[in-house]
Ligand binder design. Structure first.
Ligand code: GLT
Ligand code: MN
Length: 397
C-alpha cells in the first residue's frame, strides 16, 4: 500500500521551534479501557521519548511512575534518571512538565491530598516531593496537579470544604518545598476535570481553579493546565476556558485533544472532533504568541497497533500545523477583515470615556443622548462571517 502523502511531505513537518510536546503516557497507552484488556504491547518510557524527538517534538511531559516503578530502589531510580538524561541529550528533546501519579495505586482509592486518611495524605506529599526532585533533575519547570482521585461518590463521606482546605494545605506545603530547595522558576499548574474516575472531582473547571489560586500561599507560582477534553466533557466552550486562563496570566500549560461533548473522557486525536472550536483555540494561542508548550494529551484509538501510535502522533501534530496555517489565512482574509472592522463599530471618544471611571467621564456619559433603536439598527453580518470561517476551514478560501 502506498504511504499516505504526509509521510514524505515537507509542508506541515513539525520543527522544534513549534514547541510541540506529548505526555509520554499518551504514546505508552496500551488501549486498555474499563471493558477490555490491552490491545498494544508495552512501550518503554525511553523509547517513547526517543520516538517523540524523532517526530519533531521539542519536549515531553511525564509521570514519576511512567519512568520508574514506585517500588524501585533508590539505586534503580537513579540509573533510570541517568538513562533518561542521556536519551534527552542524544535526541535533543527537553522535559517541560512532570506530574505525580496519585491515582493508580489502590491506596489512593479515596483521594490523595484530600483522602480522609492522614497517612495517605502524608504519603501523597512524600511521593510528590520526590517527583519534584526528579523534575528538577531533568529540568522540567512545570508540575501539574491533576486530582483524578480527589473527589467523592458518596457525599456523606467527605466534607467538601474540608477537602478543599486539605487540597490547599498540600499545594502550600509543596510550594514551600520548591522555594526551600530553590527550584524556581518551577511552577505549579492545576488541571481541572469534572468527573472520572470519581463521581465528582474537586476543582472541576478552570474557573474553580482560578478562584482557588488566590487563596493559596504563593499564588504567583500557581496557574492552570486546561484540557480541551475535560471542558468539553461538561459541554463548556473550551476556547473560552483557555481564553480566561490566558487573560488572567494563568495559562501555564495546556492539554490538547478532542472530545465529543457530554461523554466519558474520550481523549481523541487533536482535531478529530469540533474543528471550528479547535481552530479558535489554535487562533487564541497563536494570536497571543503564547510562549508555552503545545502539549497533546490524548491517546490512539484502541483499534491501533504499535505503528498506529505514531500515526496518531503525526495526526495531532499535522492538525495543529494545518490549523495554524488556517489561522494566518483567516487573519489575512480581506472579506473577513472588512466584516470585522464593520462589526467593531469603533468610537474613540466613547471608548476613552468608558475605559476608566472618573467623575468627568461619568458626567460625560450621563449627559450623552443615546438612541437605543438606532443602536439596534446596526447590522451584524454574522451569517456571512461564520460562513467565511467555515470556508477557510473547508479549504475553499
Ligand atoms: C491522565 C489524565 C490527564 C492528566 C495526566 C496528568 S494523567 O492521563 O487523563 O488528563 O493530564 O496527570
Ligand atoms: Mn490532561
Amino acid at each position: 500500500m502506498p504511504l499516505p502523502r504526509w509521510k514524505t511531505e515537507k509542508k506541515f513537518t513539525p520543527r522544534r521551534s513549534d514547541r510541540f510536546a506529548f505526555g509520554i503516557w499518551c504514546v505508552m497507552n496500551r488501549g486498555r479501557d474499563p471493558f477490555g484488556e490491552e490491545t498494544r504491547p508495552r512501550m518503554d518510557a525511553l523509547d517513547a521519548v526517543r520516538g517523540l524527538a524523532k517526530k519533531g517534538c521539542a519536549s515531553f511531559e511525564f509521570h514519576d511512575d511512567d519512568l520508574v516503578s514506585p517500588a524501585a530502589s533508590l539505586k534503580e531510580r537513579e540509573k533510570r534518571v541517568r538513562d533518561l538524561k542521556r536519551v534527552m541529550a542524544e535526541s535533543g528533546i527537553a522535559a517541560t512538565m512532570a506530574t505525580c501519579n496519585l491515582t493508580f495505586h489502590k491506596c489512593f482509592k479515596d483521594g490523595a491530598f484530600t483522602s480522609n486518611d492522614a497517612r495517605v495524605r502524608a504519603y501523597a506529599l512524600q511521593k510528590t516531593m520526590r517527583l519534584i526532585d526528579l523534575a528538577a533533575q531533568v529540568g522540567a519547570e512545570i508540575i501539574v496537579f491533576w486530582g483524578g482521585r480527589e473527589g467523592v461518590e458518596v457525599e456523606a463521606s467527605k466534607s467538601p470544604q474540608e477537602a478543599l482546605r486539605r487540597y490547599r494545605e498540600a499545594i502550600n506545603f509543596l510550594s514551600h518545598y520548591v522555594r526551600q530547595n530553590r527550584y524556581e522558576p518551577m511552577r505549579f499548574a492545576i488541571e481541572p476535570k469534572p468527573n472520572e474516575p470519581r463521581g465528582d472531582l474537586f476543582l472541576p473547571t478552570a474557573g474553580h481553579v482560578l478562584g482557588f489560586i488566590p487563596t493559596c500561599d504563593h499564588p504567583d507560582m500557581l496557574g492552570v493546565n486546561p484540557e480541551i477534553e475535560h471542558c468539553r466533557m461538561q459541554g463548556l466552550n473550551a476556547c473560552h476556558d483557555v481564553a480566561q486562563c490566558l487573560e488572567a496570566g494563568k495559562l501555564f500549560d495546556i492539554h490538547l485533544g478532542a472530545q465529543k461533548p457530554l461523554r466519558f473522557d474520550q481523549d481523541m486525536r487533536f482535531g478529530a472532533e469540533d474543528l471550528k472550536e479547535t481552530f479558535f483555540i489554535v487562533k487564541l494561542l497563536e494570536d497571543a504568541a503564547w510562549p508555552g508548550t503545545r502539549t497533546f494529551d490524548a491517546h490512539p484509538y484502541r483499534t491501533e497497533d504499535e505503528d498506529g501510535v505514531w500515526d496518531f502522533v503525526d495526526g495531532c501534530l499535522r492538525a495543529y500545523l494545518i490549523l495554524k496555517e488556517k489561522v494566518a489565512r483567516w487573519n489575512a482574509d480581506p472579506a473577513i477583515r472588512a466584516l470585522r472592522e464593520e462589526i467593531a463599530c469603533r468610537d474613540p471618544v466613547l471608548e476613552a470615556a468608558c475605559a476608566a471611571f472618573s467623575p468627568a467621564n461619568a458626567q460625560a456619559l450621563l449627559a450623552r443622548h443615546f438612541d437605543p433603536d438606532a443602536l439596534a439598527a446596526h447590522r451584524l453580518r454574522y451569517e456571512v462571517l461564520d460562513q467565511l470561517t467555515q470556508e477557510v476551514l473547508l479549504g475553499v478560501r
